[in-house]
Design a protein around this ligand. Sequence first.
Ligand SMILES: N[C@@H](CCC(=O)N[C@@H](CS)C(=O)NCC(=O)O)C(=O)O
Length: 287
Amino acid sequence: MGAARTNAGEVDDVSAGTSVRGAVGGAGAEATVYVIPGSHACRAGMLMLEHKRIPYRVVELVTGVHPFIVRLLGFPGNKQPIRSVDGRTHRSLALIDRMGTVPALRLGAERVQTNRAIARFLDRIQPQPPLFPSDPERRAAVEEAERWGDEVLQMAARRIALAAAARDTAEIYDRGGSGRLGALLSHHRALRTVHGHVAARLAFRANPNTERKLLAELPGMLDRVDAWIADGVLNGAELNAADFMIAPSIALISYRHDLRDEIAARPAGGMIDRILPMPPAAAAAAP
Ligand SMILES: N[C@@H](CCC(=O)N[C@@H](CS)C(=O)NCC(=O)O)C(=O)O
C-alpha cells in the first residue's frame, strides 16, 4: 500500500507535540496523513500540522492508485468534483475526485480530506497557533487567497510542472528526484517518468498547447502572490492557511529550470525560501 514513516525528524519539538497529541486525539490517538511522494497539495497539509505542532505519521501511497486506497481506508471522497482543468471536470478527473484526494488526514476516529477542510478541522481541535487571523477582514483576505491557491494555482502548478516533466525530465530539478518538495510522484526514476506521462495525458491535459496558455498566465499569477505578500496577507509575521496552501505550488513550479530564476527574483521566491527551503541534500544535486 505504501511506506510509513514518522516525521519525528522534521518537527522541531516533538516533545511539545506529544502533549498536544493527548489533548486533541485522546489517549493514544495519533495523526496519520496519507500522501503521495512530492505532492504539493500533500505538503500543504503537512505544513499545517507542523504549524500546529501536532506530531504525525506519514504514509506514502503509490501514486495513481492512491484515490482507491484512501477510499478503502474509509475516507469518504467527494460527492461533487472538486477540481477542474481548462474550466471543466472531464470524466477521469471526476472519477478520481469522487474516489478521493490526498492529503487525507486521520486523527482518532476523524477522517478529513482536502486542505481547506483540514485547515478548519485543525483550528477547531487545536486553536493555537491559529491558521486564520481573528480579525474578520483579515480573515476574509486570507480565505480569498487560500481559495485561489486551492482552486486555481494548485492545478496550474501541477500542470506547468507536468508539461515539462512529460517532455523531458531533464527540464526539472534533479529530474524530479529531489528538491524543495522531495522526489516528485515516485522515488523510482523510471516510475516517475511513467507516472508523469500518465498524469499529464490522462488526468491533467498537460501538453504543449495547454502549457503555452498556462505559461502566459503565470506572470499574472505570480504578481497576485507578490501583491498579497506586499499587503501582508501572505508571508507575514504569523503564517496562515493561505501561506501553506500557496507556497508548495510555487515551490513545485520552481522545479522547472526555465522558471526558477524568475521566481527567485520575486517576493514569492523569498516566501518559499522561508516556508520550504531547499533541503541541503537536494541542493547538492544542483546542476
Ligand atoms: N485541492 C485539494 C485536492 C488535492 C489534490 O488534488 N491532491 C492530489 C495529489 S497532488 C490527488 O490526490 N490527486 C488524485 C489524482 O489526481 O490522482 C486539496 O488541496 O486538498
